[in-house]
Design a protein around this ligand. Structure first.
Ligand code: ISL
Length: 577
């Protein structure tokens, strides 16, 4: 790589304390797969604490932890049975406090996952709610009688035709009290009824408790789903489909923004600028500023899904190849939707997505494509998120057969698709491409047993390429994916134009090139990335790039640092003026 530190501003990126999160790089930790300290095969809080120097060295500012609360782990912790407790798999509340203190001592912040669209069915709130129809918490969840003319539990008796995200009906029959309850995800994840003010008060109390303990903000799971259309009507029915289209009836419901503004007042106002990021799958572009316009006092930023959902028209596990330029066009549309008013969360990888280098990049040109994608993403306007292992260029997992998969979504899909007659091998292929387990294999720390993740037996197998791809071999290597991510973080910290400048797409002769400009006053950064494995001409764009080379994923001798006529395969360059 080439990186010229000289262009960086020694006094930082110019953001004030209230907007610190705009200049930050967030690192997502999926704790069960990050680092195991006690040999039980699951990552834990002490494991995270042992890697804080590594994370600080990478240049990240914020750690977001996927859920560590007490949980039966039906959906790996996104099913919470005690919002005030740590799951024993991860440690204790004392371990948590120690971790938080150490994170702060390293000059980093810690953000918790907030999962309050639903709880676990083992949460005392739900246990009470389910205990009788008269229970004071009955209305904390959605309980409904069977559809008229049907017996409870009979097929067709579900109160409406909504489908669960993990397939099958979104309703579960409960024999004891003779009603169904709603679960948009797994049946062990009953949806909380946000229209009940007691529910909202209980959630805000819990959030305040964690903030008082010292956490620095929340990532809010499926927060666009918390207000359902009253009456829970049937969704539109399409021929040949078993379930109706429930999504428009439970996403961005009538009270969503009222609740988010209320949460802001009850939890965040008057504090020291905690960070808030909503996970908002399926939110329409035209509506995004309703969440992120600062004047509305709701959220700092949201995760949109359009780019990770590209090519999935035939179903999540039946992806088609993307057209050249499709990813860049989509990212551009969302930059423009946020404009100068809103703020983006920039991500390609997370714990629900296959590895970006395998999906959008090219494992043959692994270093080049991982760094090209990272350049394209991290130089955009918004806050960049790095998912554990992404900074090493970790790839999709190696799953030979069904026994190698762990994810509840994938296992259920396999059962249903094979029962419907699809060949097991073709179902498995879809899972290898798109399954969430791809992101959940252990972080590859070194080339020792189980990649240094655990001294025991890991809960999910390490990917077989760990002897080649691992942190130990990359940290000291100036030409590693890790070193490149560190440079990207330094640029965000040291260049106001990257931290908060405007965005403008630059036209190029081929769709393979993603070219754009960031501007702020007189400062201009120009980003040129070839997102393909073939050389690509820059055309007229090459003549209009001011300044000098700041960063490239190629090791360029001085005579090759001017803007070229053609970008090589997966070549990335950033110029600064
Ligand atoms: O990965 C998905 C299924 O294909 C997404 O639809 C995902 O379920 C959606 O993005 C919501 O994700 C979040 O909430 C889920 C949890 O399983 C995911 O891990 C979490 O990120 C339910 O809490």
């Amino acid at each position: 790589m080439f990186f010229s530190h000289d262009a960086l501003n020694p006094t930082g990126n110019g953001l004030d304390a209230d907007h610190w999160w705009k200049g930050a790089v967030v690192y997502q930790i999926y704790p069960r797969s990050f680092k195991d300290s006690n040999g039980d095969g699951y990552g834990d809080l002490e494991g995270i604490r042992s890697k804080l120097d590594y994370l600080k060295g990478l240049g990240v500012d914020v750690l977001w932890l996927s859920p560590i609360y007490a949980s039966p782990q039906a959906d790996n912790g996104y099913d919470i049975s005690d919002y005030y407790g740590i799951d024993p798999m991860f440690g204790t509340l004392e371990d948590f406090d120690r971790l938080l203190t150490d994170v702060h001592a390293h000059g980093m912040r810690l953000v918790m996952d907030l999962v309050v669209n639903h709880s676990s069915d083992e949460n005392p709130w739900f246990i009470e709610s389910r205990s009788s129809r008269q229970n004071p918490k009955r209305d904390w969840y959605f309980w409904r009688d069977p559809r008229p003319g049907f017996a409870g539990g009979q097929q067709g008796g579900e109160p409406n035709n909504w489908e669960s995200f993990f397939s099958g009906s979104a309703w579960q029959w409960d024999e004891a009290t003779g009603q169904y309850y709603l679960h948009l995800f797994h049946k062990k994840q009953p949806d909380l009824n946000w229209d009940n003010p007691e529910v909202r008060a209980a959630v805000y109390e819990m959030m305040n408790w964690w903030l008082d303990r010292g956490v620095d903000g929340f990532r809010m799971d499926v927060i666009n789903l918390i207000s359902k259309n009253p009456g829970l009507p049937d969704g539109e029915k399409y021929p040949g489909r078993a379930w109706g289209e429930g999504f428009p009836l439970f996403s961005e419901g009538p009270h969503l923004h009222e609740y988010l503004a209320e949460m802001r007042r009850e939890v965040f106002d008057g504090r020291d600028a905690p960070m808030t990021v909503g996970e908002t799958p399926g939110v329409r572009r035209d509506n995004v500023l309703l969440f992120t316009d600062p004047a509305r006092h709701e959220l700092d930023m949201v995760f949109q899904f359009a780019h990770v959902d590209l090519g999935l028209e035939n179903g999540k596990f039946r992806p088609r190849a993307l057209r050249p330029g499709e990813l860049a066009d989509c990212l551009t549309d969302w930059q423009n939707a946020q404009g100068q008013v809103g703020w983006n969360s920039l991500y390609l990888d997370n714990h629900d997505q296959p590895r970006a280098v395998s999906r959008f990049g090219d494992e043959v040109h692994r270093y080049a494509s991982a760094t090209a994608l990272a350049t394209a993403l991290h130089m955009l306007r918004g806050t960049p998120y790095v998912y554990q292992g992404e900074e090493l260029g970790m790839t999709n997992g190696t799953f030979e057969g069904i026994d190698d998969f762990r994810d509840v979504e994938a296992l259920r899909y396999y059962r249903e698709a094979t029962q419907a007659g699809e060949s097991p091998e073709s179902v498995l292929n879809g899972m290898r491409l798109m399954g969430r387990d791809n992101a959940r294999t252990p972080v590859q720390w070194d080339d020792g047993p189980h990649a240094g993740f655990t001294t025991g037996t890991p809960w999910i197998d390490v990917t077989s390429n760990y002897t080649e791809i691992n942190a130990a071999s990359q940290v000291g290597d100036p030409n590693s994916v890790y070193a490149y991510y560190r440079a990207l973080a330094q640029i965000r910290h040291g260049l106001p134009v990257i931290a908060s400048g405007d965005f403008e797409r630059i036209a190029t002769p081929t769709p393979a090139v993603f070219a754009y400009r960031r501007t702020m006053g007189d400062a201009v950064a120009t980003i040129l990335v070839n997102l393909s494995d073939a050389p690509a001409p820059l055309g007229e764009a090459a003549a209009r790039v001011p300044g000098t080379l700041l960063l490239s994923n190629r090791d360029l001798p001085e005579e090759n640092r001017d803007v070229p006529a053609v970008l090589g395969e997966w070549e990335a360059r950033v110029y600064i003026a």
